[in-house]
Design a protein around this ligand. Structure first.
Ligand code: GLA
Length: 389
């Protein structure tokens, strides 16, 4: 009898551990991460505090962004007991100080580590120190952990990520767990019970398409790699096509708008990667657009999918709550595209009856779906509509 009670308590407590973590990402996480703009050399305490300030003053917080995440290069070694040592040149007041500052702004705080011996930037990884690191994160009130996959020779992703998940559970502080093995293990097939989001590809480059250094891809290449992954995403578990490059120097305004729109359609985590303290009006308008963010954050949690493709011109659909849907026309050409929209003939899934139509970037109602019309989609840009009944 006592054994049975103990067993029941064990099951209950492990469920309770898990429960704290289950509801942390019911919609795709929104925030900012240091890597895309500041990389290793330029990240430090002042930058992180400035970004937290700017997230509030720019209106990003009001638009729904909440995480301020430090990526690689905050750590330098381990002490005699194995506790991770913070880079005291970059972060002279330690991590808890920053975490407190970020929380005092009503924001949440994220950190980065790696499942292997070293991070991709050559800093100490968490291998063999998972428990200690999870306890440090809990002590520092870390709300989000991105966990990378460099220097993991001989390790098995499911095992390594599950090990860290369990240590995070045991440490007991609710934390979003972001898996980053670049989709190498077809991560979407196993990760939904282990993490809240998982990278699906190599790193994003600050460019429209093509590659950089062989391991970075333009966002258009990344977009094409998301086709077919939609069935793996849903509330609490998201495909992660990598952080946004909107506001960095490689994309023009229309290219940045198209990138942001497609990440909204994909129900991708909206983790910005620009300098929030130095944003143009146009970039701020893109990143804080309420209509687009509502598409990304829709409670149904469906990832969008491609319904039409003629090479450099594509149509994507994202199902929304209440039978509504977003339909996005993406022009990948360097010239404007004219297209006649017959709503009933473009292969929209679960299309029934007549819908009212709203052009989301213009925030304008247009003709309903009974009417055919000619649409001009500017070069390397999008036009996205919400259809509602
Ligand atoms: C890997 C990740 C990136 C970034 C760097 C940091 O390349 O995929 O997102 O975290 O490591 O070194």
């Amino acid at each position: 009898m006592i054994k049975k009670i103990l067993f029941a308590c064990l099951i209950l407590s492990s469920n309770l551990y898990g429960q704290k973590f289950q509801d942390l990402a019911l919609t795709p996480p929104m925030g900012w991460n240091s890597w895309n703009h500041f990389e290793c050399d330029d990240v430090n305490e002042k930058v992180i505090m400035d970004m937290a300030d700017a997230m509030v003053s720019s209106g990003m917080k009001d638009a729904g962004y909440e995480y301020i995440n430090i990526d690689d290069c905050w750590q330098v070694g381990r002490d005699a007991k194995g506790k991770i040592i913070v880079d005291s040149i970059k972060f002279p007041n330690g991590i808890k100080h920053l975490s407190d500052y970020i929380h005092s702004k009503g924001l949440k705080f994220g950190l980065y580590s790696d499942a292997g011996t070293h991070t991709c930037g050559g800093r100490p990884g968490s291998k063999n120190y998972e428990k200690q690191d999870a306890e440090s994160y809990a002590e520092w009130a870390v709300d989000y952990l991105k966990y990378d996959w460099c220097n993991t020779e001989g390790q098995e992703p499911i095992e390594s990520y599950t090990l860290m998940r369990d240590e995070l559970y045991k440490a007991g502080y609710p934390i979003v767990f972001s898996i980053c093995d670049w989709g190498a293990s077809e991560t979407w097939k196993w990760a939904s019970d282990v993490g809240h989001l998982w990278r699906t590809t190599l790193d994003i480059a600050d460019r429209w398409d093509g590659t950089r250094w062989g391991n970075q891809l333009g966002w258009v290449n990344i977009l094409e790699l998301q086709v077919g992954l939609e069935k793996y995403a849903g509330p609490g578990h998201w495909n992660d096509p990598d952080m946004l490059e909107v506001g960095n120097k490689g994309l023009s305004i229309n290219e940045a708008r198209a990138h942001f729109t497609m990440w909204c359609v994909l129900a991708a985590p909206l983790i910005t990667g620009n300098d929030l303290s130095n944003m143009s009006k146009e970039i701020k308008e893109i990143l804080t657009n309420k209509e687009l963010i509502a598409i990304n954050q829709d409670a149904l949690g469906k990832q969008g999918f491609k319904i039409y493709d003629e090479g450099n011109f594509e149509i994507w659909q994202k199902p929304l709550s209440n039978g509504d849907m977003a339909i996005c026309f993406l022009n990948l050409e360097s010239e404007d595209k004219d297209f006649t929209v017959h709503w009933g003939k473009i292969n929209i899934k679960d299309y029934t009856g007549t819908y009212k139509v709203q052009n989301l970037w213009k925030n304008k109602k247009t003709k309903d779906t009974n009417e055919t019309f000619s649409l001009k989609i500017p070069a390397r840009d999008v036009v996205i509509f919400k259809l509602h009944q």
